[in-house]
Ligand binder design. Structure first.
Ligand SMILES: [Ca+2]
Length: 145
């Protein structure tokens, strides 16, 4: 009972309009690799520009999106930056105004793919729920044999 409640709270405070979903991430991954990124995992400004223009957004808007998404301003995009740009393009096409600065939810490292409830040899299980008085859920990482 207490666990369920807290998990719901986590979800309620988590995703916002800028959060890139796992499905979107998978699509962005595919598109990124379709653009033949370099061995280091980057696409150039030219590669990205031609692709982004297909969205139908105007070059000045795309320039703004590029400026936001190219977090380290090195003139090229890794998969994370590309995913941010694609998300901003989608939001813009849906009528959302572009943010003046990149929202924290976008700067976070992308979720691992595919989504997993277990990671490596760790399994997260509720550790103890004495009385839920402190309204917190304790998880413990148990090594599986
Ligand atoms: Ca960059």
């Amino acid at each position: 009972m207490c666990v369920k409640m807290n998990v719901l709270l986590l979800f309620a405070s988590g995703p916002d309009v800028f959060t890139i979903s796992v499905d979107e991430r998978a699509k962005h991954d595919q598109q990124f690799h379709g653009l033949s990124p370099s061995a280091g995992g980057f696409i150039t400004g030219d590669q990205a520009r031609n692709f982004f223009l297909q969205s139908g957004l105007s070059p000045p808007i795309l320039a703004q999106i590029w400026a936001l998404a190219d977090m380290n301003s090195d003139g090229r995009m890794d998969i994370h930056e590309f995913s941010i740009a694609m998300k901003l393009i989608k939001l813009k096409l849906q009528g959302h105004p572009l943010p003046s600065a990149l929202p924290p939810s976008m700067k976070q490292p992308l979720l691992p793919l595919p989504p997993q409830t277990t990671f490596g040899k760790c399994s997260f299980i509720p550790k103890s729920l004495p009385n839920c008085a402190d309204n917190s859920v304790v998880f413990s990482c148990v090594l599986m044999a």
